[in-house]
Design a protein around this ligand. Structure first.
Ligand SMILES: [Fe+2]
Ligand SMILES: [Fe+2]
Ligand SMILES: [Fe+2]
Length: 309
């Protein structure tokens, strides 16, 4: 497969946006958590006058920062910064980021996104440390927003909470950046706007990245990491389906171009599982009606993810 997908051009950045959105569909409390976090990081990075390449690195770190969290419980239980159980998803996230060429530079930020300042053993001026602190503040702030309430009624309390973290939990310089940008009502309104994804796609700091053959090869490893490694029951599932599909295509005498399409479909067919919590994917017993409804959603989610690239 690896040499035969060389003609494909995939809009990787749009795909990242779709994956980011899909990661948070598993629970209503999480809707757009990754993208909102990315927006907050972007605005703080602009305020800090970081170089465009560094802003893009931080934005990419934020938009998939919880990619290493596989269960819904894991995703919604990270309210305590110092919680020991935060560590595994930070480490998994770092490993997943390192597998993709255009995400690898953001891996350290992902690794440190729950590390409080008092436990950071590096200078704030060390590479990516201030950005990791920005990501930590952004992620914490995003979780504190009451999705049921009107945002402009929450801003004072939210600013106060972040202010109280200055020093021990978040570096003072980073808190000051946030206090500066959050004075502006437009910041809060943009952050909670329903069209945030399109806004970030067209006006955000990420340049469009199109995949060539080499990038597509890396994509395969990336998808394996985010789909199959979520569960021990599916560890080699995508590779197996892809291999069977190829053999069937040869047996049926399909032309090369159709076999390439089939293999790509096989490689990506379970991408929508990213929106299904592992508790359901791995449940040993019979699924409830509600759980089965979530399982059924994954094929449609796969379609919408791929339809946008
Ligand atoms: Fe998060
Ligand atoms: Fe996290
Ligand atoms: Fe499957």
């Amino acid at each position: 497969m690896k040499t035969r997908i060389s003609g494909k051009q995939i809009n990787m950045s749009d795909l990242m946006f779709s994956i980011s959105e899909a990661m948070d569909v598993a629970h209503h409390k999480l809707a757009l958590h990754q993208l909102r976090t990315a927006y907050i990081c972007w605005k703080m990075a602009e305020e800090a006058v970081l170089a465009p390449a560094q802003i893009e690195k931080l934005f990419l770190a934020a938009m998939l920062h919880d990619i290493g969290a596989f269960t819904a419980l894991e995703k919604i239980s990270h309210y305590e910064f110092e919680a020991e159980d935060c560590e595994p998803h930070c480490l998994r996230g770092e490993l997943i980021y390192r597998q993709v060429p255009w995400l690898a530079a953001s891996a350290k930020m992902v690794r440190l996104h729950h590390t409080p300042w008092c436990r950071c053993n590096e200078s704030i001026d060390a590479p990516d440390v201030m950005e990791a602190q920005m990501l930590m503040l952004a992620e914490k702030l995003e979780r504190e927003i009451d999705r049921e309430g009107y945002i402009l009624n929450q801003t004072s309390a939210l600013r106060e909470k972040m202010h109280n973290m200055a020093g021990k939990i978040i570096h003072t310089r980073v808190v000051e950046l946030f206090l500066c940008i959050s004075e502006n009502e437009a910041f809060w309104l943009e952050l909670t706007a329903p069209n945030l994804m399109n806004f970030l796609k067209y006006k955000g700091p990420v340049q469009h990245i199109y995949g060539d053959a080499a990038a597509a090869l890396k994509m395969e490893e990336f998808f394996t990491a985010i789909i199959d490694f979520r569960s021990k029951y599916t560890a080699s599932h995508t590779a197996g389906v892809s291999s069977c599909t190829n053999s069937l295509g040869i047996l049926l005498g399909l032309p090369e171009s159709e076999r390439v399409e089939l293999e790509l479909a096989a490689t990506l067919h379970d991408l929508g599982k990213i929106g299904v919590p592992n508790e359901i994917l791995e449940k040993p017993g019979q699924l409830t009606r509600q759980e089965f409804a979530m399982i059924k959603m994954h094929s449609y989610l796969t379609f919408t993810l791929l339809d946008s690239v």
